[in-house]
Write a protein that binds this ligand. Structure first.
Ligand code: TYD
Ligand code: MG
Length: 455
């Protein structure tokens, strides 16, 4: 049966063959959306909901047995870590990210290693097969198990999948795919939703693992829809600043693992290179004799990552003082500035403040508060913070230092990177094991911590 496209009201379920502004069923406006109809409507003789006998009776959870899901490595350990230990067969993965961030590069790159044992079908709606071949040459991908196809018609793609029976399918990108029977343009919500549904049915029935690339819109959502996120098993976001080479892969949903892990890569001319020690990469080439630079330790997944926070405090030329920030939420900077003014009696009302996290990392953890305050105070006083000092602590509105989670892990990372002193909240030192090679300086308030740089 060929499916046909209809318009269904989201409020009352009224079905119309064409789009209507006002629903004749319930009278609400703009509630009809295009949907592919494949199932027969309930007929009058059979009510919509009748009692039927389930094929499998409910079972106590203790009696349900499961086989171990089969996982295979992708060849990139950072990606495997985010997936929860490798790719699961039949898994549907959405890879989101800004255009040009490296989604196609990442997926093409893993084909070389996956291609040793698996057959892969790479469908691109954005680039021609020759263009992909050029990129593959640069990335050193030449496995005969990789089939390339430049196509946007979903029915043709599904036919090819059924014929070639690959183990892995890559769809690049979902916004370029379309189903003939749906009138809306490619990339619209109905197209994206129905395409994903159709691909999912095929993937699940043939136990194919499928990567779907989705572009991100300006406001940060994967274009089209949150509905996509509900359908797939795993949602990965590829983040980074196009100007800098650091790329972070983050799972925001994962039915086969935790969402607590990140993968760190560097974009080079040979493609994406795994970064096993992000702290080293972020601190490399750090100037050790300039004022206003402080090192903080953020938790990224289960790993501690050290990063340099730089502050520049300059006299305001005219008008209102400026506050600018890259890598730290600007509202957090406002809040910490207010705490410094009120609780540490530091006059910043005639100063512009610029904050930057070196290397393009974005820190959204309050454990960096103390480091940000230290950088501001040091820049204002033109003081150089000892290069082997690290700051860990949240700052409260009272100017008090608050404990942070996983302090031991952060201290271990700092000790491993050769830091000698950690400034930490005093109360969190009780009962924790301090790693060798680092000593801690417990402080109670932010003004106590920055008294070293007061002028
Ligand atoms: P791409 O994977 O095409 O991004 P997306 O699919 O997310 O839109 O990545 C494109 C960018 O990556 C492009 O600006 C060039 C850069 N790049 C490299 O720096 N090195 C490489 O080896 C490759 C393949 C791309
Ligand atoms: Mg691409």
């Amino acid at each position: 049966m060929r499916s046909k496209s209809v318009y269904i009201c989201g409020e009352c379920g009224y079905t119309s063959p064409k789009w209507l502004g006002k629903c004749p069923g319930c009278g609400s406006w703009n509630t009809l959306t295009e949907t592919l109809q494949t199932q027969a409507k309930p007929s009058a003789s059979r009510p919509a909901a009748a009692v039927r006998v389930a094929a499998g009776a409910p079972m106590p959870i203790s009696e349900i047995k499961h086989g171990h899901e089969s996982r295979y490595p992708t060849g990139l350990r950072e990606l495997d870590r985010v997936l929860g230990g490798g790719l699961v067969s039949g898994e549907l993965i959405l890879v989101g990210g800004d255009p040009g961030i490296g989604k196609s590069t990442l997926l093409l790159q893993i084909c070389q290693s996956l291609g040793k044992e698996k057959r892969i079908l790479y469908v691109s709606g954005e680039e021609s097969a020759e263009q992909i071949k050029l990129r593959a040459d640069r990335l050193g991908v030449d496995t005969p198990n990789l089939l390339l196809m430049s196509e946007t018609d979903v029915e043709i793609i599904l036919g090819t999948i059924t014929d070639t029976k690959p183990d892995i399918v890559i769809i690049d990108s979902i916004q370029t795919m379309h189903i003939e029977a749906i009138a809306s343009a490619s990339g619209s919500v109905p197209q994206v939703r129905e395409t994903t549904n159709a691909l999912m049915r095929t993937a699940k029935s043939m136990a194919i693992s499928m990567f779907i690339v989705g572009h991100v819109t300006k406001d940060g959502a994967i274009a089209g829809p949150r509905v996509l996120e509900h359908i797939v098993d795993c949602v990965l976001y590829f983040e980074g600043d196009r100007q800098v080479s650091l790329r972070i892969l983050r799972a925001v949903k994962n039915r086969f693992g935790s969402t607590n892990e990140i993968g760190v890569f560097e974009m080079r001319d040979v493609g994406l290179v795994e970064v096993e020690n992000p702290s080293k990469m972020l601190l490399d080439g750090r100037p050790e004799d300039i004022s206003g630079s402080a090192v903080v330790c953020a938790m990224e997944g289960s790993r501690g990552v050290l990063a340099e926070v730089q502050a520049l405090v300059t006299p305001t030329g005219f008008g209102n003082p400026r506050r600018m920030s890259a890598g730290i939420d600007l509202n957090r900077v406002f809040l910490l500035t207010a705490v410094l003014e009120k609780r540490a009696r530091m006059n910043l009302s005639n100063s512009d403040i610029y904050i930057n996290v070196a290397g393009g990392l974005k820190i959204d953890e309050t454990a960096a508060d103390l480091g940000i305050c230290a950088a501001i105070a040091a820049s204002r006083a033109d003081a150089v913070i000892p290069p082997d000092m690290v700051f860990i602590g949240e700052v409260g509105l009272g100017g008090e230092l608050r404990s942070v989670t996983r302090l031991e892990k952060r201290l271990t990372e700092a000790a491993n990177m050769g830091f000698a002193t950690a400034v930490t909240p005093r109360q969190s030192m009780r009962g924790i094991h301090i790693p060798d090679g680092i000593k801690t300086l417990g402080v109670r308030t932010v003004s106590e911590a920055i008294s070293m740089f007061r002028r």
